[in-house]
Design a protein around this ligand. Structure first.
Ligand SMILES: NC(=O)c1ccc[n+]([C@@H]2O[C@H](COP(=O)([O-])OP(=O)(O)OC[C@H]3O[C@@H](n4cnc5c(N)ncnc54)[C@H](OP(=O)(O)O)[C@@H]3O)[C@@H](O)[C@H]2O)c1
Length: 368
């Protein structure tokens, strides 16, 4: 049954389905962070406010109120125009984040008002306060986990989970070595590996507050934390004699750091490269290839999402959400920044030695 809801700010009456499900009441304004050319994010990003189309025009659409969205390296690369996915310009920044459905089109059966949703694919544009989206472009996520976890689960923890599950036949007690261990992915690897019973050797860049960082990573479950400098040291070889050789190496740095990881892999070990933060090509020493027959692999979460169906994806999300509920998986160390201060968040996200993920916050209550 329908009744007429008279919009406060618009002169036309709009339709409401009683029962509180469908309401196209007030036109929704969005504040969004856009770019209409590729380049340095600190220069090309700008804020824009506009009114979203009404759901009257598309019964398959929903309106989502965004809560939080991180600033990830891939977002920066996409704005720079150096990422394999290039949304048409002008584009809205951000690839992951969580929002709440606030209006639902008449034909939409898969979503309800109040559902929490995340985008299904990259390039959807999460750095905005409100989104007019086709219902099938998003998927629901349980709303009993902290919003910051929900906003950051789809890229880094999913990547960590897949890399631990899909490349080596790991058993409890097996050892993994990773660089960039303080990254969002690295922190997720530490926690998920701990839960699965694997031992982690974690490499980070040296820095003035290395002891503090080491403690933070150990509190997450890291078994060993070494600096990249120590990794190159003769002492490291002695330390490694007391640890079972790793079966799996996870590399998000490249360059010389990748070569160092390869040197410690066990015979037949596998190194998965998933990032190139140093911007240096992988160095691959001949020794591990010839004498240990190591395998080099790559992983891209976006491709996994394309290649797998929603049920498989949901199964992974359920596992990770359950870990969050049981306090086995925390969100990355982060700094919450109001979306209006996006320039600050973006510039901070590319600074070295920060160890805090910048999270744009659209729902101010998350900061209290
Ligand atoms: N393939 C995939 O599907 C996939 C999915 C998720 C992420 N990734 C990639 O994984 C990487 C980490 O992503 P994230 O979101 O976890 O990152 P993040 O939380 O922003 O952390 C960035 C990491 O990169 C390190 N880093 C920055 N510049 C570096 C340099 N020049 N040399 C060595 N290390 C450097 C930082 O270490 P410091 O503290 O020492 O600066 C930090 O550990 C990125 O390359 C990202 O694109 C790939």
């Amino acid at each position: 049954m329908f009744h007429i809801c008279r919009n406060i700010s618009a002169s036309l009456p709009v339709r409401v389905l009683t029962g509180g499900v469908r309401c196209y009441c007030t036109p929704v304004k969005t504040f969004e962070i856009i770019y209409d050319e590729h380049g340095d994010p600190e220069k090309v990003l700008k804020a824009k406010t506009r009114t979203l189309p009404s759901l009257k025009d598309n019964a398959n659409a929903v309106i989502i109120k965004m809560m939080a969205a991180p600033v990830n390296p891939a977002d920066i690369n996409m704005i720079q125009g150096v990422y394999p996915i290039k949304p048409g310009l002008p584009a809205i920044g951000g690839n992951e984040g969580v929002g709440e459905v606030i209006q639902v089109g008449d034909n939409v059966k898969i979503l309800r008002k109040g559902d929490w949703v995340v985008p299904k694919s990259s390039g959807w544009g999460t750095w905005r306060t409100h989104v007019y989206s086709l219902a099938n472009e998003v998927m629901t996520i349980p709303n009993d986990i902290p919003p910051v976890c929900a906003a950051t689960l789809g890229v880094n923890p999913c990547t960590a989970y897949r890399m631990l599950k899909d490349f080596a036949h790991l058993r409890k007690g097996d050892v993994i070595i990773q660089n960039g261990a303080n990254s969002g992915v690295g922190q997720a690897v530490i926690q998920i590996a701990k839960e699965l019973g694997f031992v982690t050797i974690n490499i980070v860049r040296n820095r003035p507050e290395i002891d503090k960082l080491t403690q933070i990573l150990k509190a997450l479950g890291a078994n060993y934390v070494f600096t990249d400098e120590f990794l190159r040291n003769a002492e490291m070889k002695i330390v490694m004699k007391s640890i079972t050789k790793p079966k799996l190496a996870l590399n998000c740095v490249g360059g010389r750091s990748a070569a160092e990881l390869l040197k410690y892999l066990q015979k037949g070990g596998i190194m998965v490269t998933y990032g190139g933060m140093s911007k240096h090509p992988l160095m691959v020493p001949a020794g591990p290839l010839i004498f240990a027959d190591v395998t080099l692999r790559g992983f891209w979460m976006t491709q996994w999402n394309i290649d797998h169906n929603e049920a498989e994806r949901r199964q992974m999300w359920d596992t990770l959400c359950s870990m969050v509920r049981h306090k086995m998986l925390q969100p990355p160390a982060c700094q919450l920044v109001d979306i209006e201060n996006f320039s600050k968040a973006v510039s901070q996200s590319v600074q070295p030695y920060v160890s805090h993920k910048q999270i744009l916050v659209m729902d101010k209550s998350l900061k209290s």
